[in-house]
Design a protein around this ligand. Sequence first.
Ligand code: HEC
Length: 157
Amino acid sequence: MKKRIALILIALFALAQLIQPDRSVPAPAPANDMLTLTQAPPDIRVLVEGACYDCHSDKSTYPWYAYVTPMNFWLQSHINEGREKMNFSRWNDPASREEAYECGEVLREGEMPPKNYAFIHGHAQLTDAQRGRLVDWFDAHMPKEDGSGAEHEENHD
Ligand code: HEC
């Protein structure tokens, strides 16, 4: 009896793997990318891509367990929520940068990147110096709360 229940559970788990969330996104256009539009220097690119891009861009990198049901749904809902709040891949769209003025603040307060995520992903772990550098850069280069300063045409650093 126990063996039969175990087999049924294994079969259900295997079948559940066929149910996958929708991960499709439009192909990211480099010309619309926040890092391109702000002409971000290389060290900032590495830090932002490593700490934020999995959830706030269309360039998410999925680990193997992102394909395991039910983890996949939990993970995808986080990514969708992150993209909805702010999407660095669609910086040409004002809706994607409405909350960007908070970047410096959420970093300063240690809210982003989310701690459980940074714990698993070494590339999202920031030293105090890196965090400070990112906070300063975000404060200087993100659009303001009223949407001004969104185009960054004259910024070169
Ligand atoms: C693991 C996914 C994930 C990563 C990585 C991540 N975020 Fe978020 N972020 C979210 C989610 C989900 C929300 C919306 C819900 C919330 O506020 O917690 C959010 C919300 C935000 C907001 C909107 C303000 C707010 O508090 O709701 C800002 C700004 C933000 N993130 C900035 C960043 C920055 C900057 C980084 C990189 C240093 C980053 N995030 C990394 C998932 C992520």
